[in-house]
Design a protein around this ligand. Structure first.
Ligand SMILES: NC(=O)c1ccc[n+]([C@@H]2O[C@H](COP(=O)([O-])OP(=O)(O)OC[C@H]3O[C@@H](n4cnc5c(N)ncnc54)[C@H](O)[C@@H]3O)[C@@H](O)[C@H]2O)c1
Ligand SMILES: [Zn+2]
Ligand SMILES: [Zn+2]
Length: 381
């Protein structure tokens, strides 16, 4: 089959690789109909992770079940399904408590709980930017979707970014009526803004510097804040009568930068401590790494980020972090899509054949104007 393979920094190629096979009775094989490029893929693409060359990428997958192992009885051949990016066993301590993003059994990597498809340090699993994908523990992991082709661009956001945005809002301790500042207007930040609006925020701000992304934030009913025009903290304090927001969501990650593009991994954490009111909460879904050899500066290379922890403490704020447990939310979010209450597919900017993956990666990585979310269609020339 054809698959998108990592070939070194800023290099991906579509190559012929062996078809996946059923390796365990609980596996299923999915024929991929849509698979997305994610901001998380860019960490690997830019050479900022220890991913090995030859890895098949892609953790945002959906499709139709092509084959199932003997031990699979809920999921059937022909079912249309969304594949959560987390690979979870369903029976370990973390899985049974709903923390499928920290499954204790799926990832053999020392020191890392939680597994994913096609991702650095997240286990030996191939990704789904390919014609077919092997899904372990298929009965537990897969989400049924209504048959047919309706809502494809909305449903494809269920494998990662819609639940991840929702989780960022959840981790912030959100309550109805809260004012929320989302830092990062990429796909994850836009999904956090959409989630906060659906959940009854009184006002949502989205902070970024890319005009196309800020325009999309407005489409979801959020107030755009351009951090390249003026200090975002001052803008947010002005907009809230000096009080600050109740909740903050971090949807940027360790490659946070200033308007000139220079990286400062502490920048958004500092901004959030300053702009969230005392006793307010912060949800961090942007990725930070235990080590970052590609960073500027020795501390950041060791994964140490000096930030305004004293402000955070003095204001009695709280913070939640980590990979999103997609399965905790994806059924409800699917139902919001079916009911017409959620439209995450609105952020789709490009729908490409698998053969055009290299261009998709390059343009999305450069945050080229209008390249907000790239979907790949393996079945399409
Ligand atoms: N926790 C999870 O489960 C999970 C899942 C998916 C993605 N992620 C992570 O979420 C983050 C965002 O993903 P994405 O797909 O939206 O990526 P993205 O890179 O497209 O978006 C990041 C956005 O942040 C903006 N930004 C940079 N510096 C900023 C600053 N100082 N202030 C405000 N905005 C700033 C950029 O302009 C960009 O638009 C990434 O770190 C990704 O790895 C986490
Ligand atoms: Zn993703
Ligand atoms: Zn588990």
């Amino acid at each position: 089959m054809k698959a998108v393979v990592y070939r070194g920094p800023k290099k991906v190629a579509v190559e012929e690789v062996p078809d996946p096979t059923i390796q365990s009775p609980t596996d299923a094989i999915i024929r991929i109909t849509t698979t997305n490029i994610c901001g998380s893929d860019l960490h690997m693409y830019e050479g900022r992770t220890p991913v090995e060359e030859g890895k098949v990428l892609g953790h945002e997958n959906m499709g139709v079940v092509e084959a199932v192992g003997e031990g699979v009885d809920r999921i059937q051949v022909g079912d249309r399904v969304s594949v959560p990016f987390n690979i979870a066993c369903g029976t370990c301590r973390n899985c049974t408590q709903g923390w499928t993003s920290f499954c204790l059994r799926a990832n053999p990597t020392e020191g890392v709980d939680g597994a994913a498809y096609g991702y650095a340090s997240m286990g030996p699993y191939d990704g789904g930017q390919a014609e077919y994908l092997r899904v372990p523990w298929a009965d537990f992991n897969l989400l049924h979707l209504p048959a047919g082709e309706e809502h494809e661009n909305d449903f494809t956001m269920l494998s990662d970014i819609f639940p991840t945005g929702w989780h960022g809002v959840e981790l912030s301790g959100f309550q109805v009526g809260d004012r929320v500042a989302v830092f990062g207007g990429g796909p994850v930040g836009l999904m956090a803004a959409h989630s906060a609006m659906i959940r009854g925020a009184s006002q949502v701000f989205v902070v970024d510097k890319e005009n196309d992304r800020l325009a999309l934030a407005e489409k979801f009913g959020a107030t755009p804040v351009d951090f390249s025009a003026h200090d975002p903290v001052e803008q947010l304090l002005d907009a809230t009568g000096g009080r600050g927001v109740d909740r903050g969501v971090e949807a940027v990650g360790y490659q946070a930068h200033d308007p000139s593009g220079e990286e400062h991994p502490e920048l958004v954490l500092d901004n959030l401590a300053q702009v969230v009111r005392s006793t307010g909460g912060i949800g961090v879904v942007g990725v930070y790494m235990p080590q970052d050899p590609g960073a500027n500066g020795e501390l950041a290379q060791q994964g140490r980020i000096p930030w305004q922890f004293g402000t955070f403490f003095t204001k009695g704020q709280s913070m939640g972090t980590g990979q999103a447990p997609v399965k905790r939310y994806n059924r409800r979010l699917r139902d919001l899509i079916v009911a017409g209450r959620a439209t995450p597919g609105l952020i789709t900017s490009h729908e490409l054949g698998l053969d055009q993956a290299a261009e998709g990666y390059q343009r999305f990585d450069q945050r080229d104007d209008g390249w907000t979310k790239v979907l790949l269609r393996p079945g399409q020339a």
